[in-house]
Design a protein around this ligand. Structure first.
Ligand code: UP5
Ligand code: MG
Length: 192
């Protein structure tokens, strides 16, 4: 009800494709609110008294998908708390049932922005980031598990939306500015 007339764009792509990097550009130029499901889960994990702290920690390290009740509640709360109307939902939905549930109980998505990137490129980026990120899943074991879950479980969500003609695909191989030039083109057509 409260979120009925909001615009939601799902931002999807493999681990390390550059979802967060490009969302930051879109926030600056188009006034979207950026909600990274992974960031919200990491915050919840740190929150003193959270009943999900241990569960989230284990799931993230193993690259597994946290039960959707937890993630959807975090997203919905953040959307309501923002008081805003345009959202980039980054890294969610990662599983078909999550996509269905979110669109039924929160709000349907307008489209999906899919960042396409070969695994070897993502691997390089994540290993490099792992030198300084402190992220518990930026290590070779966790990265391999994340790739596998993406291919087997999360990519089918993108395929589903592709069948509906609701996906804008952007290659994420080039430098961040070149990638953003393409993204900006899509958003300028739609939102300016
Ligand atoms: N970089 C970015 N773009 C570049 C470019 N064009 N050229 C060169 N370098 C580039 O970028 C990654 C790194 O690459 C950075 O160092 C960046 O500078 C560089 P980033 O923008 O951070 O990529 P992103 O796609 O956001 O990568 P991230 O690691 O955040 O993706 P994941 O999807 O793996 O992580 P997320 O935080 O979404 O999820 C983590 C875990 O949380 C999941 O594995 C899962 O266990 C759990 N989770 C759920 O259970 N449910 C959810 O709904 C969401 C998450
Ligand atoms: Mg991210």
């Amino acid at each position: 009800a409260a979120l009925q007339d909001t615009t939601v764009i799902f931002v999807l792509g493999g681990p390390g494709a550059g979802k967060g990097t490009q969302c930051a550009n879109l926030v600056r130029d188009f006034g979207f609110v950026h909600l990274s499901a992974g960031d919200l889960l990491r915050e919840e994990q740190q929150r003193p008294g959270s009943q999900y702290g241990e569960l989230i920690k284990t799931y993230i390290r193993e690259g597994r998908i946290v039960p959707m009740e937890v993630t959807i509640a975090l997203l919905e709360n953040a959307m309501l708390a923002s008081g805003q109307k345009r959202f980039l939902i980054d890294g969610f939905p990662r599983k078909m049932d999550q996509a269905m549930k979110f669109e039924e109980t929160v709000v349907p998505s307008k489209f999906t922005l899919y960042f396409e990137c070969p695994e070897e490129v993502m691997l390089k980026r994540l290993m490099k980031r792992g030198e300084t990120s402190g992220r518990a899943d930026d290590n070779i074991e966790s990265i391999k598990k994340r790739f596998r879950v993406f291919t087997e479980t999360s990519y089918p969500v993108i395929e589903h939306y592709k069948k509906d003609g609701k996906v804008h695909t952007v290659s994420c191989v080039d430098a961040p500015d070149a990638v953003y030039a393409k993204v900006k083109g899509i958003f300028t057509n739609l939102f300016k």
